[in-house]
Write a protein that binds this ligand. Sequence first.
Ligand SMILES: O=C(O)CCC(=O)C(=O)O
Ligand SMILES: [Fe+2]
Length: 361
Amino acid sequence: MEIESIINSVPLALESVQVLASKNLGTIPSRYIRHDLVQKVDHEILVKEIPVINLSKLIDSDAGFSQEEMDKLHLACQEWGFFQLVNHGVAEEVMKKMIEDVSSFFNLPFEHKKQCSQDAEGYGQALVFSEEQKLDWGDMLFLRTQPVALRNYQVWPAQHLIPTFRETVSMYSLEMEKVRTILLGLMAKSLGVDEGNFINMFRDGSQQSMRMNYYPPCPEASKVLGISPHSDATGLTILLQLNQVDGLQIRHDGTWLPVKLLPGALLVNIGDIIEVIPILSNGIYKSIEHRVIVSKEKERISVAAFHETHESVEIGPLPELIINGETAKYRSVKNYDEFEKIFLSRKLDGKSLLEFLRLNN
Ligand SMILES: O=C(O)CCC(=O)C(=O)O
Ligand SMILES: [Fe+2]
């Protein structure tokens, strides 16, 4: 299908999963049930843990720089596409406020949350374009957070309902940008590419958005997914798990590996954009598929902060890289805005966005 016709698809209206869950139904509508879902995890794989990177060992600090930690980071980006980040330097107070205010949002009465609804932004569910498509067991609040001029406060919770929400998200947003920039610099070093150039692609004015996810408990938890398998159509994602309830699984060595997050850790993953733009990683760093399973008893809340390339950056193989007889592996997309439109208008389906852009040559 051509890019233009995909962009013009219209999403279907969906019900809030939190409202549905509050009805305490014994069984749930069939549109959430996935008959082919394999949730059983191979016990062998449970001994595997995704890499943990200690950021204080990678920046000038009392701990000193550790080449060993740097090698671990490189391997994590190459072989896992995911890592946990500890000693990341984000102020505890900011994390605490973020946990409080985002939880408060999902605890608001539905009528109040609904005021934040709008098509692709604000409160709602993952966009769905056909009656056949399975639904995810979760609601979300999707906000554009940077640059500030792109914020649409209409879809943010009203000031009188959660007075500190704006300030908290603003502070957290800047902390995430700091972590992003440090990590990109380290990745550039590991890849042996120009650090300034790499960071410049994500310079001031680049977009950051946050997807705040709420997964209610589900009476048929083993038959649903909180989020369908997907890879993130972004540059770099930094995820905060708010309430110590695990549920994320990543595709690793052909199976789904559950992620056990350490308290206070952030989870970082490589998005499609870093995989696609050869100058960023020449395909060395991988954007990995992941999904979310839900619990029968406990709700789960997470915040994914997505970091994009600057609007002036074309997403696709750069001409100067098509050297030594190599051909472009992907169609180019003008910039992140267009990339996002294509992403939003397609159902979450593994790494199909990259497949869609791949050139068969
Ligand atoms: O809730 C999670 O752990 C993952 C969320 C996620 O994958 C996303 O928002 O893209
Ligand atoms: Fe994701």
